[in-house]
Write a protein that binds this ligand. Structure first.
Ligand SMILES: NC(=O)c1ccc[n+]([C@@H]2O[C@H](COP(=O)([O-])OP(=O)(O)OC[C@H]3O[C@@H](n4cnc5c(N)ncnc54)[C@H](O)[C@@H]3O)[C@@H](O)[C@H]2O)c1
Length: 258
């Protein structure tokens, strides 16, 4: 018996990193999962690898910042699985620059991928979930939904927006009474290519990595599977009265000032 037997849904940004770990974890608990990513070859390979392990997954290539692609993604997953009980909205990008060095195009693209995508995904899955008896929406936010980093100002703005969107959905009585819950996860640093890219953008990448790790009480950053376990909780019925919350999974770093 798995925690998610009989459930089906979508994980975006699932070709690698946190999204791939979530897709695997949810499928291990019995869910049918559509892995969605803009990178076609990578998401196909990721899904094929999970299928070879006996997990029930499919791959869908889509740019989640695009409305037509989002609707197609939902149609394809719904057609494959019959209904959609969950979505982990996880795809995101970052731009590592001081604010005054950032271009308008970079702002527009980042907001489209990190925030518009979550609006579009929610907008188009909510009516489906209301028709099918409810569901769980989990958004990837960040500790930067509640704080900032001098070379990630746009990213931080977008993740503050994810927190607001999550709360906006959660407090809507029509959704809550239809059995829909919406929450977000706020990870600290996770060992994925996003963090490696951040370190690489610093003047001295090796000391940037050491500095990041040293800041954590556990003297390490998080692993993708540790985040995936939290998404599993939020998707499953174990969290049936958890709605509108932001779960910080950061090894204690946000509790620290100095
Ligand atoms: N890595 C961290 O330290 C960290 C910390 C806090 C929050 N997060 C959040 O966790 C989530 C996953 O991060 P990650 O570290 O796994 O990142 P990652 O860069 O390793 O993976 C992101 C995935 O999203 C996909 N993607 C990008 N744009 C897309 C688009 N327009 N449409 C569809 N797919 C798209 C990428 O191809 C990639 O596979 C993100 O929301 C990120 O902001 C990450």
């Amino acid at each position: 018996m798995g925690l998610l037997d009989g459930k089906s849904g979508i994980v975006t940004g699932a070709a690698q990193g946190f999204g791939l770990a979530t897709a695997r974890r949810l499928a291990e608990e019995g869910a049918a999962v559509a892995l969605v990513d803009i990178k076609a070859d990578e998401v196909n390979a990721a899904a094929a690898s999970l299928v070879s392990e006996g997990l029930h997954v499919i791959a869908i290539t889509a740019d989640v910042s695009d409305e037509d692609a989002t609707i197609r993604m939902l149609d394809e997953a719904e057609k494959a699985f019959g209904s959609l009980n969950f979505i982990h909205q996880n795809a995101a990008i970052q731009v590592e620059k001081l604010l005054h060095e950032t271009t308008l195009d970079e702002w527009d693209r980042l907001m489209a991928v990190n925030l518009r995508s979550m609006f579009l995904g929610a907008k188009h899955i909510l009516p489906r979930m209301m028709r099918s008896g409810g569901g769980s929406i989990v958004n990837s936010a960040s500790v930067l939904s509640m704080s900032a980093d001098e070379v990630l100002p746009l990213y931080s703005v977008s993740k503050h927006g994810v927190l607001g969107l999550t709360r906006g959905i959660a407090v809507t009585e029509a959704y809550a009474q239809a059995g829909i819950r919406c929450n977000c996860i706020c990870p600290g640093d996770i060992r994925t290519s996003m963090v490696e890219q951040y370190w690489a953008a610093q003047p001295d990448p090796a000391s940037a990595e050491a500095e990041t790790t040293a800041h954590y009480p556990m003297k390490r950053i998080g692993e993708p599977r540790e985040m995936a376990d939290t998404v599993l909780y939020l998707v499953s019925d174990l969290s049936s009265f958890v709605n509108g919350t932001s779960i910080v999974v950061d090894g204690g770093v946000m509790a620290k000032v100095y």
